[in-house]
Design a protein around this ligand. Structure first.
Ligand SMILES: C[S@@+](CC[C@H](N)C(=O)[O-])C[C@H]1O[C@@H](n2cnc3c(N)ncnc32)[C@H](O)[C@@H]1O
Length: 262
């Protein structure tokens, strides 16, 4: 593990093979929490059904970016949205197909990179993601530009990422994860490598200001920034997300942005 610079191509290659390899473990660990037909925004458990961040979805064209097993897309389909679920990883999309067969809710699946969407301009009303793509790409500004391009004027873009404040702390759900350790301003990604030195996992840090600047530079207006609070009685630990830390400081930031109408 290290904080070091990696090239955009190295980051993309690592993400694709990581999520292909990790797909089974990810689903085994988090599949029950995520459900087959459900839209959870974050480890704090916030559901779209209660939050309503997307606004009305019935009859709207919705793109889920970095869908993983696409539980959120299937939930959106049950709300009568016209959904496309996109992910870089064939391994994650395999789980999306299996969950579709299990649940009987099928949505179109597309394997593609969020920095180069193979989709027509102005073809969606809403784009969304819960922790998909954005935290893993070196050029997250390119994701913002691509999402802006495929949204119609007036379209909305809602994405959840690890709250930038979390990057100050160790990746630890316990007491050790309460001690400020890293500089908030160190934008070098978190990188894991194997014994041969090959990069296997990359996660990218942006400050809150960086995220807002990338949205504004792409043409979006920021409507809201949600920091879900840890709900009483929720005891499930997800990686570094825990009740201990969640009661003290935010673990998730959800950006609610819109493409202006003109
Ligand atoms: C933490 S998982 C989140 C999956 C899902 N949204 C969920 O809530 O379970 C991150 C997902 O982003 C996908 N991803 C990573 N880089 C991507 C990229 N450049 N383009 C599209 N998807 C990407 C991964 O394959 C993985 O499925």
């Amino acid at each position: 593990m290290a904080r070091r610079a990696v090239s955009p191509e190295e980051s993309r290659r690592a993400s694709r093979s990581w999520w292909d390899r990790d797909a089974d473990d990810y689903q085994a660990e988090h599949g029950t929490f995520l459900g087959d037909v459900d839209f959870r925004w974050c480890p704090e458990g916030l559901r779209e059904a209660e939050a309503g961040l997307l606004g009305p979805v019935a009859g709207r064209r919705v793109l889920e970016v970095g869908c993983g097993a696409a539980a959120a897309s299937r939930w959106l389909a049950t709300q009568h949205a016209e959904v496309v679920a996109l992910d870089l990883s064939g391994g994650m999309l395999r789980h999306a197909r299996e969950a579709a067969d299990r649940s009987g809710v099928h949505v179109p699946l597309l394997q593609a990179d969020a920095t180069a969407l193979p989709l027509a301009d102005a073809s969606f009303d809403i784009a969304c993601t819960a922790f998909g793509a954005v935290p893993f790409v070196a050029d997250s500004a390119a994701v913002m530009r691509e999402v802006y391009r495929v949204l119609r004027p007036g379209g909305r873009w809602i994405f959840a990422v690890t709250h930038p404040i979390r990057w100050i702390f160790l990746d630890d759900p316990g007491e050790n994860g309460l001690v400020a350790t890293h500089s908030y301003f160190d934008r070098r990604p978190y990188v894991e490598s194997d014994e041969s030195g090959r990069t296997t996992y990359v996660e990218q840090h942006r400050t809150l200001g960086d995220r807002i600047r990338e949205l504004v530079a792409a043409g979006f207006t920021l409507e809201d920034l949600i920091e879900p609070e840890w709900p009483p009685g929720h005891e499930e630990i997800w990686g570094q997300w825990s009740p201990l830390r969640g009661r003290i400081f935010p673990g998730t930031a959800i950006f609610v942005a819109a493409r202006p109408r003109s």
